[in-house]
Design a protein around this ligand. Structure first.
Ligand SMILES: C[S@@+](CC[C@H](N)C(=O)[O-])C[C@H]1O[C@@H](n2cnc3c(N)ncnc32)[C@H](O)[C@@H]1O
Length: 302
């Protein structure tokens, strides 16, 4: 009987271009080049979005009921055309998926209903959006740079209702004395932001937190990476050099070595302690990132 086992046109093309006659000559790097990218693995360079969506999809499927409910209460998440997957009937992107994990960590130790919250470096406002959608906080203050404040102001104005939006106070870094004058915040939040400020600036903010707050949630990297394979140093060499100068934790480590990350945690906990009289009451990895850590500090908790 005639058989029809020859390569498809798709595989003819692969054999001509990538898994060629010479494919087996030198195996030194074949798992990280186009030979394996046609065999067992998709090229990470070409398939970044596919890998990102896979990450989000897996995380979304693993969310507990409370996290899903928290996510469901955040309306208008799709403003701005995020990269999303659909799980459990909900559209999910990585920004808000992280937000509900972050809030779950905080909520287990701190009651946010009625709280006054201060966020330093809020980006477009995903955390503020998530908090105001889930808790009846009294006030939510954001301290940020001028241009970022413009963005978060516009974004939060569109995604929140008028009553929620009215609880937000936007404070330019130049006007931070307003925060000092209004001391008495139950929680300060800093996510992926102190790591991008000069060490002296972080010290000043920690002093501000010490003066004005009784709780502090921080989620930042435990150190720096230099491996060009991770991001192609796509913003240029200058950006790499600038990044190495920021944050209180500037030691370069293998951020995918779990032991190296664990060894860096004590310095992380010490570096973000706002002052004497504060205790770190909980800390753990900042999922999904291998080298982010999250910690909650309380003042006078003993
Ligand atoms: C990488 S973004 C993180 C945004 C947000 N926390 C998130 O996780 O989506 C860093 C944030 O820090 C802010 N930032 C940078 N330098 C700052 C400074 N000196 N004072 C206050 N905010 C600053 C940026 O404007 C931005 O909002």
């Amino acid at each position: 009987m005639a058989r029809n086992l020859q390569a498809s046109p798709q595989w003819e093309r692969i054999q001509q271009n990538w898994v060629t006659e010479e494919a087996a000559v030198d195996l030194a790097n074949f798992k990280s080049d186009h030979r394996n990218y046609n065999l067992a693995l998709w090229s990470p360079e070409a398939n970044g979005i596919r890998y990102l969506k896979t990450l989000v999809h897996n995380l979304a499927e693993g969310l507990g009921d409370d996290d899903r409910a928290r996510l469901g209460r955040i309306r208008n998440r799709d403003l701005g055309d995020p990269l999303t997957v659909r799980v459990g009937g909900q559209s999910v992107c990585l920004d808000y998926l992280q937000a509900v994990l972050e809030l779950g960590f905080i909520e287990r130790r701190l009651d946010l209903d009625g709280a006054r919250v201060l966020e330093i470096g809020a980006g477009y406002g995903r955390t503020c959006h998530a908090v105001l959608s889930n808790y009846d906080v009294a006030e939510y203050w954001i301290v940020d740079l001028t241009n970022t404040l413009r963005l978060s102001g516009k974004y939060l104005g569109e995604v929140l209702d008028a009553e929620q939006f009215a609880k937000i106070r936007f404070v330019d870094v130049e006007d931070v004395d307003e925060v000092v004058r209004s001391a008495g915040f139950d929680l300060c939040v800093n996510i992926h932001s102190f790591t991008e400020m000069l060490p002296d600036t972080v010290r000043e903010y920690l002093d501000l937190i010490d003066q004005t707050c009784t709780g502090f949630y921080v989620k930042n990297p435990v150190g720096k990476f230099l491996d060009k394979k991770l991001d192609g140093h796509h913003k240029g060499e200058e950006a790499v050099q600038l990044a190495l100068r920021t944050g209180p934790l500037r030691k370069v480590l293998d951020v995918f070595d779990a032991e190296a990350v664990a060894a860096a945690v004590p310095d992380y906990i010490a570096a973000y302690l706002p002052g004497a009289g504060w205790d770190c009451v909980a800390d753990e990895r900042g999922y999904p990132w291998s080298y982010f850590w999250q910690a909650l500090y309380l003042k006078g908790s003993a």
